[in-house]
Design a binder for this molecule. Structure first.
Ligand code: G4P
Length: 528
């Protein structure tokens, strides 16, 4: 095995943060970057977010896009590890993008607000992680505030996220009585003291739970701590690395991101426990990151990074081999050679040109619309990575053209935007409508704006009686033909040419499922 490649793969950790808005993702990211030396003082990420928040309409958001893209992949070093943190847009209207980003990580960090427990957005994101058995580390945040009992939060996670919790640290008190955490694996106590200004904080360390000085420090709370630890030891399940790696068990850490408390303990365990880049499935075989031949897959496309050039950046995850600047690879979907001359790597502070990159790294490639989500690039072997899904849209609109002469441009615009993953496009088989499907409503505003500015097409939306979509498959051709005849007026072809049933309401979907048992109704479709 190539020694350099093995060394580089083994020290990489590529992960994403899963959380409901406001749980503390931005604050925690900032602290992680602080430990990585990527920012000198906390506050940088936060101010970016504030800038984004202040902008309510898409036009302004577009101006901010340079910033949001820089922060969408953050690479930093910590203790000899090379960490790629992939930002998962917190706004639920961009959750489709978030889902795809989660297909490019090897593990996830789940952030839970101790006062709120599991929230809706977390549930959805965990569903995506479960599809791929992504290993998850949990950080329960905001212990400096009053919240739910730690046992109750863990029970909530276990019940609703269907993952077993194993605390590796344990909180002492909460809110005004929060005194710190006990590290269960290392048997040491970290005392909490609120700090401000984002400086790295360690706190005092006690090595023994029976240290008599603990009573001086913790007072009566020491008894509660000893009791709870005994309870955990008696009733709790021990940590099992293999089960964590399979996504069945999650190690849990408690802390307060804003006070930078508990973050480093979590990070230290994260780099040790989280898996390095993993093998990835293709249509023909699994590709190991240690293989010499280069391979990579595009999981996200960001348009209009630079207004003057109308270009798009394709985010590629390197899956195997070594990337070097200017290397020539095969772009299998279009059957052409492609020279990656101007790849960008996303450092936490800014974007820089790169000379080389390894599996687990994300590189950005400029292109003019030739690259699609799901595209695979390799040295030679014609591979096709799988596992990047399209999710059934939750909102639908019919597109109406203000100027009928612009039909061609509209079609081109919608097709390109669909390829980019900005929206899903459905063409009914019984008429010439354009029906758009989105996971978040904001996607519709973005499309109208981009049609106007990039394709000079003035379009509007009108409501359409579709509540959900299912992709249709069947091994039985006869059943498929019968189904197609019966539901002709509700069927459409998506941007990839796949058949979809656009259900006018849930009852009709239910009756279709009952009526045609040989038809498979799928809520996700793999991007081809
Ligand atoms: P997000 O990216 O997940 O949406 O969350 P973000 O980090 O922005 O945090 C959401 C709010 O929670 C922020 O308050 C943040 O300061 C606060 N927060 C984060 N971690 C902690 C913590 O450990 N303890 C406490 N008490 N609060 C925490 P905000 O009022 O919305 O913003 P700001 O005015 O503080 O900037």
């Amino acid at each position: 095995m190539n020694k350099e490649l093995k060394r580089e793969v083994d020290k990489r950790r590529t992960f994403g943060i899963i959380s409901h808005p406001d749980a503390g993702k931005t604050t925690l990211t900032e602290k992680l970057l602080l430990y990585g030396g990527a920012i000198q003082m906390a506050g940088t990420v936060k101010s970016r977010k504030a800038a984004r928040h202040a902008t309510s309409d898409w036009m302004a958001m577009e101006q901010e896009r340079g910033i949001s893209v820089t922060s969408s992949v953050m690479k930093f070093e910590y203790n000899g590890y090379e960490i790629n943190l992939l930002d998962t847009p917190g706004h639920q209207d961009f959750s489709e993008d978030t889902y795809r980003v989660l297909t490019a990580v090897d593990s996830g960090l789940l952030v839970i607000d101790v006062a709120k427990g599991v929230e809706t957005q977390t549930l959805k994101l965990m569903d995506v992680c479960r599809l791929r058995s992504t290993p998850i580390i949990t950080f329960i945040n905001k212990l400096d505030r009053d919240g739910l009992d730690p046992f109750a939060v863990m029970a909530d996670i276990e019940e609703r996220l269907k993952i077993e919790c194993v605390p590796l640290t344990w909180p002492i008190g909460m809110g005004s009585t929060f005194r710190g955490t006990w590290n269960i694996l290392k048997h040491e106590l970290h005392l909490f003291s609120a700090t401000h200004g984002g400086k790295v904080q360690k706190g005092d360390i006690f090595k023994d739970i029976n240290d008599p000085r603990l009573t001086d420090v913790l007072g009566e709370q020491v008894h509660q701590l000893r009791e709870e630890l005994a309870l955990l030891e008696g009733a709790g399940t021990p940590f099992d690395l293999a089960r964590y790696r399979k996504g069945e068990q999650t190690p849990v850490f408690f802390g307060s991101a804003i006070n930078n408390f508990g973050v480093q303990e979590m990070l230290n365990s994260f780099v040790e426990l989280a898996p390095p880049p993993q093998p990835r499935p293709t249509t023909t075989r699994d590709v190991s990151p240690y293989e010499d031949e280069f391979s990579g897959v595009v999981f996200k496309i960001q348009a209009n990074m630079d207004k003057n050039h109308r270009d798009r950046i394709a985010f590629m995850r390197i899956c195997s081999g070594k990337f070097t600047r200017g290397m020539k690879v095969k772009h299998h979907r279009v059957g052409k050679d492609f020279t990656i001359a101007n790849a960008t790597i996303f450092m936490a502070q800014d974007r820089t040109g790169i000379e080389e990159a390894f599996p687990g790294d994300i590189i950005g490639i400029h292109n003019h619309g030739t690259i699609k989500i799901g595209d695979t690039f390799t040295d030679k072997e014609p591979l096709k990575f799988i596992g990047i899904p399209n999710f059934s849209p939750e909102h639908f609109r019919r597109v109406q053209l203000k100027d009928p002469m612009k039909r061609k441009q509209l079609q081109k615009g919608l097709e390109q935007l669909a390829e980019e993953g900005a929206v899903q496009l459905f063409r009914p088989i019984s008429n010439s409508d354009y029906i758009l499907g989105a996971v978040g409503m904001l996607q519709f505003d973005v499309i109208v704006h981009r049609l106007l500015h990039e394709y000079a097409v003035n379009a509007l939306y009108e409501p359409v009686s579709v509540t959900t979509a299912r992709w249709i498959h069947s091994e039985d051709k006869r059943a498929l033909d019968d189904f197609t005849d019966y539901y002709r007026s509700d069927l459409a072809i998506d941007a990839e040419g796949c058949l979809a049933y656009l259900a006018p309401n849930p009852w009709k979907l239910e009756s279709a499922v009952e009526r045609f048992p040989k038809i498979l109704f799928s809520t996700t479709r793999e991007i081809r």
